[in-house]
Design a protein around this ligand. Structure first.
Ligand SMILES: [Ca+2]
Length: 595
């Protein structure tokens, strides 16, 4: 009997424990807050932690607390990247196959080419909100101003956004080019009157802090998305930030490119043997006049000041989260939407004419309210150093940007992740961190596009070496500039005049600057990857660019159609009506005149 009790008692106890456990609620697991910090037009080496001389101590601290991705890819322009950052779906499937500013008219409205989000995608904000997160966005939106596309209808509890591709950083009513009729601002889906005392990075962080504090009583984790305007043109910054760089940049862009490349190598971000990417548009520094040099030096100091100011305001958010005790439970994701901006609107007649009436360009004013500053093509190659090309193009300088992730439970610290990663991996990662399942092919009973990226959690936590299999083909296209990634190889084609319109092949793990074409030595891969690209283009509905497409010319044509025709339509109709009335009166008088 004693033996029997001895044998059955543990079984009974275990059974009771099992029943108890089955009925017990799972231990409350606090899900992390998530902050996504999206910089605008920052180059690969514009962050201190990526080799920059620009002081970004707060971003650097996030990098030390987490993982720096050295081989991360976005698209080469603003809204296509933003559409993928929010949905995890290829831009040709989510509606943003091209930007409103650069789309050829032949493509407007074609499937995938709405230039705004379509109804077949759901945002990460909607999915996190459904799962119990409070959700906020402040900053540049750029994925649609239609009522159904504003943040309040795309999953955000609270939002304050600028709807288009950019605007002045000091004056909220001022456009940066004549590409829209006005600057559109919305708070919680409604037009909003903006304050006159404004600096973009400061204001967006103030709003974010305000939203987080106001919702703290709800006792829910938060998701906050900050879409900075820094460093989109016009490059502007408070003077105290610009003045920190008064002794910098005097040796010119080639010296800066070399300096940043060496630092990026020392930081383990690019391999020692990586060559320097070169661009035909980079001017000869030594051939510049002293006046031109001074102007260029000041332009780059303003650029550094703008990035420094953004980092400073990121620091204010971090400080606030530390004070409220939320910091240790907050995941930060920092990235740039594309590589550095090389275009200079002063270089076109259209831009120059408009800017003469709207901004000054005086060296002692650069960065200040009323002044317009850009870095242009030569400094842009330094911002992207040591990579080739810049914003808009499919070279690594256009589409490889910094990505820092910190604060994920169980993740590696102060580490570099060098395997290929992609913008479509961000949404699966955030869902994974929040413990939310991907929606698959349908959301709330409606069919949607399936996400194609992979969660970065296994590499963040050191459970995997790479995110994408070596034989996975990942395509890319924007305005005819195209690429296909497979393992360490990249097939790439850039349109003229920056590219030659032909395919090239590079090993971007060893040669991230794309200087050594492998098509002759790897003919099989070269041929196969072209077939893989054709499959990608077909599956994603990529349209062929019309013959002779030229992006700057297209921006002018689209401005004419989108802004000038509507602007002058009513005055033209009034003028025609007045002329018709005048003619009718004349005819009537002639008839009434005595014969
Ligand atoms: Ca951008």
């Amino acid at each position: 009997m004693k033996n029997r009790i001895q044998k059955t008692l543990p079984v009974l106890l275990l059974s009771l424990l099992a029943v108890f456990n089955a009925n017990a609620k799972p231990a409350s697991k606090v899900r992390p807050n998530i902050v996504v910090l999206l910089a605008d037009d920052w180059g690969y080496s514009d962050v201190g932690a990526y080799g920059s001389e620009i002081k970004t101590p707060n971003l650097d601290a996030l990098a030390r607390r987490g993982v720096k991705f050295s081989n991360f890819h976005v698209t080469a322009s603003c809204s296509p990247t933003r559409s993928m950052l929010l949905t995890g779906v290829d831009n040709h499937l989510n509606g943003v196959g091209n930007m409103r500013e650069t789309i050829p008219q032949e493509h407007v409205g074609r499937p995938g080419y709405l230039t705004v989000l379509n109804e077949k995608v759901v945002t990460v904000a909607s999915l996190l909100k459904d799962s119990g997160y409070r959700t906020y966005v402040a900053g540049k939106w750029h994925v649609g101003k239609e009522a159904h596309n504003l943040p309040n209808q795309r999953g955000f509890d609270h939002s304050l956004v600028q709807g288009d591709s950019g605007s002045d950083n000091w004056e909220t009513g001022k456009r940066y080019l004549d590409l829209t009729d006005k600057v559109y601002w919305y708070e919680d889906g409604k037009p909003v009157v903006m304050p006159t005392d404004f600096y973009s990075s400061e204001f967006y962080i103030d709003k974010t802090i305000g939203y987080i504090r106001a919702g703290a009583a709800e006792k829910k984790p938060f998701f906050a998305y900050v879409g900075f305007q820094a460093n989109h043109i016009p490059v502007q910054a408070p003077k105290q930030f610009i003045d920190k760089y008064k002794d910098y940049y005097k040796e010119g862009w080639n010296a800066l490119r070399r300096e940043r490349r060496e630092k990026a190598i020392a930081l383990g971000l690019i391999p020692k043997e990586a060559a320097m990417g070169t661009m035909a548009s980079t001017k000869d520094w030594d051939a510049l006049s002293e006046t031109d040099k001074q102007f260029q030096i000041r332009s780059m100091q303003v650029y550094a000041g703008m990035a420094d100011a953004m980092d400073f305001h990121v620091g204010r958010l971090i400080t606030d989260l530390k004070k409220s005790g939320e910091y240790d439970n907050t995941v930060f994701v920092f990235l740039s939407d594309n590589g550095p901006e090389a275009s200079d609107p002063y270089a076109t007649k259209f831009g120059r004419l408009w800017l003469q009436f709207n901004y000054n360009h005086d060296i002692d004013q650069l960065g200040a309210k009323g002044a317009y500053s850009v870095i242009g093509p030569s400094w842009a190659t330094a911002a992207a150093s040591p990579l080739s090309t810049h914003k808009f193009y499919a070279g690594e300088g256009g589409i490889r940007t910094p990505l820092i992730i910190s604060g994920v439970p169980g993740m590696k610290q102060n580490a570099v992740q060098s395997s290929f990663t992609h913008i479509n991996d961000i949404v699966p990662t955030l869902l994974d961190i929040a413990g939310v399942a991907q929606p698959g092919d349908s959301y709330q009973g409606k069919p949607i596009m399936r996400m194609t990226g992979q969660s970065l959690l296994p590499v963040l936590q050191g459970r995997a070496q790479r995110t994408h299999a070596a034989d996975e083909a990942i395509g890319y296209e924007l305005s005819g500039n195209a690429a296909l990634f497979k393992g360490d190889l990249k097939l790439i084609k850039n349109i003229k005049p920056v590219g030659d319109g032909q395919w090239h092949l590079y090993d971007i793990s060893k040669d991230p600057s794309e200087t050594h074409d492998l098509q002759a030595s790897l003919p099989q891969q070269f041929a196969q990857m072209q077939l893989d690209y054709a499959d990608y283009a077909k599956a994603n509905g990529v349209l062929t660019m019309p013959e002779g497409y030229e992006p700057v010319h297209q921006v002018l044509v689209n401005a004419l159609i989108n802004v000038y025709v509507p602007r002058f339509k009513i005055p033209a109709m009034i003028l025609l009506a007045a002329l018709a009335l005048l003619a009718a009166v004349k005819i009537r008088r002639r008839r009434q005149r005595p014969q």
